[in-house]
Ligand binder design. Sequence first.
Ligand code: ADP
Ligand code: 5GP
Length: 187
Amino acid sequence: MQAGRLIVLTGPSGVGKGTLLKMLLQRHPELYLSISATTRQPRHGEVNGKHYHFVSRQEFEQMVTQGEFIEWAQYAGNYYGTPRSAVEQQIKQGHWAILEIELQGARLLKKTFPAALRIFILPPSVAELEDRIRRRAQDSNEAIAKRLASAKTEIAAADEFDIQIVNDDLEKALKDIESTIFAPTNY
Ligand code: ADP
Ligand code: 5GP
């Protein structure tokens, strides 16, 4: 059986990670996307169990205490975490699991899953990132301000990752991700 592996996609909110992942999964349905738990409120159109497991702070804290996350972090005033059991089971079965997470969680995983392939998605510029977050029009002004404040710190950490990909042209960024993931040297 082919060995399972963990692929971690990180980058500031609004850079296009969700958009790229959706396209990647359409082309490669064999990849397993981990569904995170979060205490943030669902955005319009987000479905519980599909986009996130939406939980209360109390439920999240209980899951932390019970060791149910392989990593978790606080981001823009909410908790986000990767449920352990589904990811470990997928990897054990030889599948490739993809996580889409922020910087602190990705840093934790470097210690606990050193073999993970960690990809950082960069915006063409901070101004374009701000435009994308505003165009998405799904966050309050306060949430946008928090995301932009975190973005600068996150972008500065891009070099800590195995590979950096600029999401300017969507198709090109997707091809770059595909060639990174499926590169023979990464098997
Ligand atoms: P993230 O998951 O990183 O928070 P999203 O995938 O929600 O980001 O993308 C944020 C916004 O930017 C969305 O409205 C999306 O359609 C848009 N977007 C994503 N990639 C590009 C791109 N390459 N060029 C222009 N707009 C993009
Ligand atoms: P959003 O609220 O925009 O969906 O996500 C905010 C940030 O949290 C994004 O950078 C996203 O990648 C990150 N995130 C989503 N799920 C997780 C998770 O399970 N763990 C961590 N550490 N970050 C996550």
